[in-house]
Design a protein around this ligand. Structure first.
Ligand code: CTP
Ligand code: MG
Length: 227
């Protein structure tokens, strides 16, 4: 079986407040998406990477001039729709049911090739697949609309889910199609079919650039440890 990467990059980045889709905001001199794709390109076991753009995207060619990888303008209204569009495109390009697909958020631009290798090592002989994740270090609180604590949640078995998330094409496609737009990641859709994905520890540095202050944080981190 081959390993493909699929990068959903069709969001609008509303929470980032950047005034443009956040994947095109420059971090340390390059668009966030360029950092993300460079990390995946540095993993030899990935046969090809497909970027999923919005059909309305007007920035990609200018932001990543001369990009030679696979690109499909099949993004949808939800992340799950964008991933499903990308999976269909991978099939058109020859991917098969039992090939692995590593879905990775464009917005996790601090990805390290070593973490991807660790994920593939842990999952390539697994019956289900798995995801990068980080055990929760903080005490967890549930809160209400007024910002008051309603409960303290036991953190000891809790993990923050990250990406890449690695599943076989046939399984993840069936799972996302069944769960629809409610799926905020691939693992939750696979879990809903009754499977238990493997948790593979990565790093807090594999965070998702989401809020305005995250751009600065990502830039500092890139300067510290290099792209
Ligand atoms: N994404 C996508 N298609 C969508 C929504 C999201 O391809 N319809 C992608 C984003 O581009 C991003 C990843 O999924 O790389 C994770 O989503 P998120 O961090 O929520 O990004 P946005 O949806 O763009 O941001 P926001 O929710 O703040 O609008
Ligand atoms: Mg979103």
């Amino acid at each position: 079986a081959r390993c493909y990467a699929l990068v959903p990059a069709a969001g609008i980045g509303e929470r980032s407040g950047a005034g443009m889709p956040k994947q095109y905001v420059e971090i340390a001199g390059r668009p966030m998406l360029a950092h993300t794709l460079a990390a995946l390109a540095a993993v030899p076991r990935i046969a090809a990477t497909l970027v999923v753009l919005s059909p309305a995207d007007e920035r990609f060619e200018q932001a990543l001039p001369g990009y030679g990888g696979w690109v499909a303008r099949v993004g949808g209204a939800s992340r799950a729709d964008s991933v499903l569009g990308g999976l269909a495109e991978l099939r058109r390009r020859g991917a098969r049911d039992d090939d692995w697909v590593l879905v990775h958020d464009a917005a996790r631009c601090l990805l390290k090739p070593a973490w991807v290798d660790a994920l593939i090592d842990a999952c390539e002989h697994d019956a289900v697949g798995g995801l990068l994740a980080q055990p929760i270090a903080d005490t967890l609180k549930a809160g209400d609309a007024d910002g008051r604590v309603t409960a303290t949640v036991d953190r000891r078995d809790k993990w923050a889910a990250q990406t890449p998330q690695m599943f076989r094409l046939g399984l993840v496609e069936r799972a996302l199609a069944a769960m629809g737009a409610a799926a905020t990641d691939e693992a939750s859709a696979v879990e809903a079919l009754g499977f238990a994905p493997r948790l593979v520890r990565a790093s807090m540095a594999n965070f998702k650039v989401t809020w305005p202050e995250d751009f600065e944080l990502a830039a500092r981190w890139l300067h510290q440890v290099g792209p």
